[in-house]
Design a protein around this ligand. Sequence first.
Ligand code: SF4
Length: 423
Amino acid sequence: MKNPFEKTTRMINEYAKPALEFLRVLDDEDMKLQALRVESLVERLEDLTEAASNPEKRVALFEFGLTPQLFYVFDCLPLCMETFPMRFTATQKQVVHEFLDAAESSGLPSDVCSTDRFLVGAALSGEFPKNAFFVTCSGPCDGTRIAYPIMQKALEVPTLFLELPSTYERESARWYGQQIRKELIPFLEEVTGKKFDGDRFREIIEESNRAYELMLDVYDTYTTTPMPVPATLRGFPWEMFLAAAGHPRATKSIQTFHAEVMRRLKEGIPNPIEEKHRVIWGHVPPTFDPLFFDWMEKELKVSMVMHMLSGSAILRPIDTTSVETMFEGYAWQGLDMTMSLMRFDSRKILEYTMKLYHQYRCDSVIMTQHVGCNSICGAGGIMRRYFQREGIPALFLEMDYNDDRIVSSDTLKNQIEEFFSTI
Ligand code: SF4
């Protein structure tokens, strides 16, 4: 076994830090925002790598279906597992291949989602620390249900399995919130040896609410043409929220981003793109090519407004009236996040996509058919028929969003180019 977070440490030192130095000296306003993003990433990952070698600390490895706030209440270092492969897919592809191979060599079928194969491979290769614990849910997909029991066995660390509701009503959030209260709180008390502190929970929720409000404000500005920031930066507030909601540093980064967006709206947007089309990207983007959406904007004049990893279903901040409302709101935020939405039936995913489509005045949809994701591939037929009936131009792209050996960036670009030349 290697040192925990060995590959992560190498990625920080060999890629992220040099990139940050480079971005900092560039005299370009977009690059300054990129620097803010990389700086936040480095800080978060360094916190994690330091915690991994500190037996006094606990690293919370949690799945989509939860957000970080509650882990900060117990002074844990949170890592949303499904975002972890993305730290490598664009920067260190050899690590992605190595972890995928490790998972497959151990017997995990190659048709399991690459996110889960990556995580299992990382666990088997000793990337996660022994002072960690897992909190996972019954959703959104088969992949996660397969991966976490394997990782639990590999690491032999405490693991909690939560049950996700498959409906979206407020009632479901209340039920899930009660479960978090009854099961996750005692679990965290046991693994950390700390008692739950309701006042601290409120403080952290209020901190995350400040960030959430700013994020909603920023996302409202994406209805404008041209948009205030280029496509690669658009998901920054959500990325921060997902990684560190409730941490003052996350609020500060979102605040800086928010201030810059508002400044641009008042004083003018640098390098505005000439926009011919606006597209909602349903499901996951090709994370292996960080400049993919820049290419779409520059070459095709197509703005990708939002994809599943850059925004939430946009609900509202958590109601802090009482502990009950805080748990309910916290639960709903977890249910609302990113791929957690995939636990819905296909109609609900369509509703969510169409809400964004209208909200951001789009004229087309690109829908990923991520191999290994039964949920989105299974919904393909229903979606195709819906878009045809409604007369909405829609392109369905088969790919693996973590692995460009399945379908390359160039092949995807050719398909997109052809699609936009016909609408
Ligand atoms: S892409 Fe699909 S299969 Fe993969 S983690 Fe997300 S919901 Fe699960």
